[in-house]
Design a protein around this ligand. Structure first.
Ligand SMILES: NC(=O)c1ccc[n+]([C@@H]2O[C@H](COP(=O)([O-])OP(=O)(O)OC[C@H]3O[C@@H](n4cnc5c(N)ncnc54)[C@H](OP(=O)(O)O)[C@@H]3O)[C@@H](O)[C@H]2O)c1
Length: 387
């Protein structure tokens, strides 16, 4: 029988948070290619000096720990590893990072978040059992945002939703006659193109597609690293009202998919759109929330793990009611539109105690506009939840 091992539990040191901030910054360097995996960063430190660092850049590619260990070589012996996520303990597309850390002679491992994945967790316990000092929870709240998309994909089995709306200061997304171009200024619109580029798909409801005839393609200055991105353009359109002449049906601006009622498949409208290269997906779910959830699930399964929803107000309300508006990006312009369309039309709220509660993450000025980043709290907490 093997004797019980007393794990060497570590305590937080002054510079642990500083090195973890570096690991978090590295993790954010990963682009959309990393999905559906989480963004992870790693820094190896020996005698107060960084001897290797790296981040997980691409699904199927080396994990952050492996990149940092390769960079450090023999200098990893006796080092502390700062990792934003608990090192994995299972054979996935790559071997367990725990094995690599042990083989390299790392003597202390500090991580921000425990691995929420049932198959991959347990890395810290194995390291501790092997005599490595371990510490979890350093800068956990900051690092949790790195896992946001991954958590929704893994545990809700659907695409993560970043919901963007632009409104006047009196909360109108369109004037009484339905016109809404342009509520915000050029700087806010450039930021929107940047956020589009970071998504796997850009989604609108059919009301917006018909009222605005948007292209939803990425238009950024030539030379911008994100300028060439072509996220899938998507319409939720159960009655299949999108005309084949719509900008969204113009294949030269990028691929397009329409989610519609299954009963529309094979009809004249579907055939006309398909002739223009539009992909038509029929769903059996018909209720607002069920349809949205089915479409988000299908998007995730087809590889669109993070979607950017650009309204309108009816689809926005459905997503909040269905509990799948994971992140909100609201731009408020210094304008008043009086009577007009609100931000969330038809939200299931009739009294103040039913209000959807938000956590405000940031408020910035973008040109003349305000940019509010928020999350809808779920059952008293928010999307950075434990699993
Ligand atoms: N300021 C902004 O940020 C902004 C952004 C977008 C739009 N707008 C303005 O807002 C107006 C359009 O907004 P809107 O609220 O009328 O329309 P919308 O939310 O864009 O689209 C609503 C339509 O989407 C379809 N839909 C499909 N699945 C849905 C679901 N799960 N939940 C809800 N709807 C679903 C429905 O038609 P089916 O039943 O046929 O499927 C519904 O009638 C326009 O005036 C536009 O200019 C402003």
């Amino acid at each position: 029988m093997t004797p019980p091992v007393t794990p060497k539990m570590s305590t937080e040191r002054h510079s642990d948070a500083d090195w973890m901030h570096r690991a978090i910054a590295l993790a954010w360097q990963a682009g959309p290619e990393v999905r559906p995996n989480p963004r992870v960063g790693c820094v190896l430190v020996r005698d107060g000096v960084c001897v290797g660092e790296g981040f997980h850049a691409q699904v199927g590619g080396p994990h952050a720990e492996v990149v940092a260990l390769r960079a450090a070589g023999d200098a990893a012996r006796g080092a502390t590893a700062y990792v934003t996520l608990e090192p994995c303990n299972h054979h996935g597309r790559t071997p367990p990072c725990v094995d690599g850390l042990l083989a390299a002679g790392v003597t202390r491992v500090v991580c921000a978040c425990r691995d929420p994945h049932p198959q991959a967790r347990g890395g810290l316990d194995r390291l501790a059992a092997a005599g490595v000092e371990v510490l979890a929870g350093v800068c956990e709240a900051e690092a949790a945002a790195l896992l946001e998309v991954f958590l929704v994909n893994t545990f809700d089995d659907r695409a993560h939703v970043r919901l963007k709306l632009a409104a006047s200061l009196d909360g109108r997304t369109a004037a009484r006659d339905g016109s809404s171009r342009w509520i915000t200024g050029p700087q806010a619109r450039e930021l929107v193109h940047r956020q589009r580029a970071e998504a796997d798909a850009v989604v609108v409801g059919s009301g917006t597609a018909l009222a605005d005839d948007p292209g939803l393609d990425v238009r950024l200055p030539a030379g911008d690293a994100l300028a060439g991105r072509r996220p899938l353009r998507v319409v939720f359109d159960r009655r299949l009202r999108l005309p084949p002449t719509a900008a969204l049906a113009d294949a030269s601006r990028g691929p397009c998919r329409v989610y519609t009622a299954a009963s529309q498949l094979g009809g004249a409208a579907a055939i006309a759109l398909q002739a223009r290269g539009v992909e038509i997906v029929g769903l059996d779910a018909t209720g607002d929330q069920a349809f949205a959830l089915a479409a988000l699930r299908d998007l995730h399964r087809r590889g669109q793990h993070a979607v950017y929803v650009e309204g309108g107000a009816a689809l926005a309300a459905t997503l909040v009611d269905a509990g799948c508006a994971d992140a909100l990006e609201v731009f408020l312009a210094p304008k008043l539109l009086g009577p007009g369309r609100g931000l969330f039309e038809g939200l299931a709220v009739t009294s103040i105690d039913q209000a959807a509660l938000l956590t405000i993450d940031a408020v910035d000025r973008v040109g003349d506009d305000l940019h509010v980043r928020a999350r809808v709290r779920r059952g008293g907490s928010d999307v950075h939840r434990d699993h």
